[in-house]
Design a protein around this ligand. Structure first.
Ligand code: PEP
Ligand code: MN
Length: 263
């Protein structure tokens, strides 16, 4: 169902002012985790002013260590919804279990499937049934065929609002957190009608590499970006090393606009 043969027109995933695909480059930005009202609202106002139309923020976090910050849970979802009410930004947040569907659909505009859950088939079916757009992240060791078949699980339930997100894969290389293959953009666009988004934050793990990789992603024709932004990255409870300050994010957006208008 994801293939170009079944649908020649590119799919545009669309909610509130967030449009991804079909000629629109949608930018989703915000903190890795929702940490407090002030942290989230500061981030939301800043990314909106810089031109983002989606707000990201994890309330249920898939942390490698069970001792690391696990997220504010429903309190975090409430803060996201309040930030949307103030700014109009579409809320994108991760769902980790089918048991949270009823809770998440109350607050989120886009349900994010994290890299670790790309092949959690019952979760894919549950978001397929949820009636909300889905942002599906590529598993760090998933092949393109596995990625596309994971998307099929959502499409097969009648939900066509699926965004494919390349967020980097695990290789022998350790100088970056993951290795970010930008060839995924044209490759997936040639094979599917689904929009392709790049996450240069998780893809590199290093804040100084995020703006150049975002610009490169726009140059190869991505349909959107997901970027981590924190008012004070050094104090972030998760992924501070890859988070941009609002100022650097605004500069990144300027560069990306220049690249988009010249390509
Ligand atoms: C995230 O977006 O904060 C996240 C956990 O990403 P990923 O699933 O790509 O690791
Ligand atoms: Mn993160």
């Amino acid at each position: 169902v994801a293939s170009r043969e079944t649908r020649a027109e590119p799919t545009c995933v669309n909610t509130l002012d967030l449009k991804i695909g079909g000629g629109h480059i949608g930018v989703i930005a915000g903190p890795c985790s929702v940490e407090s009202e002030e942290q989230l609202l500061t981030s939301a106002r800043a990314v909106k002013a810089a031109g983002a139309t989606g707000l990201r923020g994890g309330a249920f976090k898939p942390r490698t260590s069970p001792y690391a910050f696990q997220g504010l849970k429903e309190d975090g979802l409430k803060l996201l919804a309040a930030a949307r009410d103030e700014t109009g930004l579409a809320v994108v947040t991760e769902i980790m279990t089918p048991g949270h569907i009823d809770l998440l659909v109350k607050y989120a505009d886009v349900l994010q499937i994290g890299a670790r859950n790309m092949q959690n088939y019952h979760l894919l079916q549950a978001v397929g049934d949820a009636g909300k757009p889905v942002l599906l992240k590529r598993g760090p060791s998933a092949t393109m065929d596995e990625f596309l078949l994971a998307a099929e699980y959502i499409l097969d339930r009648g939900n066509s609002q699926v965004v494919l997100c390349e967020r980097g894969v695990r290789t022998f290389e350790t100088h970056t957190r993951f290795t970010l293959p930008l060839a995924s953009v044209p490759y997936l666009q040639q094979r599917t009608h689904l929009p392709v988004l790049i996450d240069p934050s998780h893809g590199t793990g290093i804040a100084s590499l995020v703006p150049p990789m975002a610009a490169a992603a726009v140059a190869v024709g991505c349909d959107g970006l997901m970027v981590e932004v924190h008012p004070d990255p050094s104090k972030a409870l998760s992924d501070g090393a890859q988070s941009l300050t609002p100022k650097v994010f605004a500069e990144m957006m300027e560069t990306c606009r220049t690249v988009a208008s010249s390509s």
